[in-house]
Design a binder for this molecule. Structure first.
Ligand code: ITT
Length: 198
């Protein structure tokens, strides 16, 4: 089977990508599987720009087709922050729990109706022999008043998807793999891979 390198250091993303791309006709490998490490500065102003940059760098280093994800959360009352800076929001020293606590402090006093937010995911496929292909997904919801639940990573414990009254971490894998920003982008990417790279 043809190999596809997934260029992410985020274990949560990797699990979601592997699950969604089953049956897409590729053996999914990581940079670590190949004994490679690629350091990409994520300095673009858009998710798509960063995803494209990561995928191109990984494909070049591995000499194989590559997939990269750039994603994050936009909180409306914060003018779209953390946005493309979601991974390092509040500085490099913070872990996911500390970043969630920071976001909740910033939203102290903001009422339920004004806590709207969305996750965005840009996925880029790059191969040595062709221009990159992009897909995107968004996931609307709002920021909870306190973290809850164990599933997932990042901002999942404080994100309540639109139409639900529990956090994504409480709702778990079935809901996330069906409705999330990454799930939607991956569904589209899988269709494109089957049609163009099969
Ligand atoms: P790679 O660049 O190695 O893929 P990363 O974690 O640094 O890993 P990003 O630069 O795309 O990835 O940062 C995205 C951040 O946005 C991520 O670290 C989370 O904090 C948040 N995020 C993205 N998707 C998420 C999701 O599905 N659930 C919760 N948080 C998410």
């Amino acid at each position: 089977m043809k190999r596809l390198v997934v260029g992410t250091g985020n274990a949560g993303k990797l699990t979601e990508i592997r699950r969604k791309l089953e049956g897409a006709g590729f053996e999914i490998v990581t940079l670590r599987d190949l004994g490679l490490s690629v350091d990409v500065e994520e300095d673009e102003e858009t998710f798509a720009g960063n995803a494209r940059k990561k995928a191109a760098a990984v494909s070049l280093a591995a000499g194989l087709p590559a997939l990269a994800d750039d994603s994050g959360i936009e909180v409306d009352v914060l003018g779209g922050r953390p946005g493309v800076r979601s991974a390092r929001y509040g500085g490099n020293g913070l872990d996911d729990a500390a970043r969630n606590a920071l976001l909740l402090r910033e939203l102290a006093g903001v009422p339920a109706g004004k806590r709207t937010a969305r996750f965005r995911c840009a996925l880029a496929f790059a191969a040595p022999d062709q221009a990159p292909h992009m897909e995107e997904g968004t996931f609307e919801g709002s920021i909870a008043f306190a973290p809850a639940g164990d599933y997932g990573f990042g901002y999942d414990p404080i994100f309540v998807p639109a139409g639900f009254d529990r956090t994504l971490s409480e709702l778990g894998a079935e809901v996330k793999n069906r409705l999330s920003h990454r799930a939607r982008a991956l569904d589209l990417m899988k269709l494109w891979l089957l049609a163009h790279r099969g």
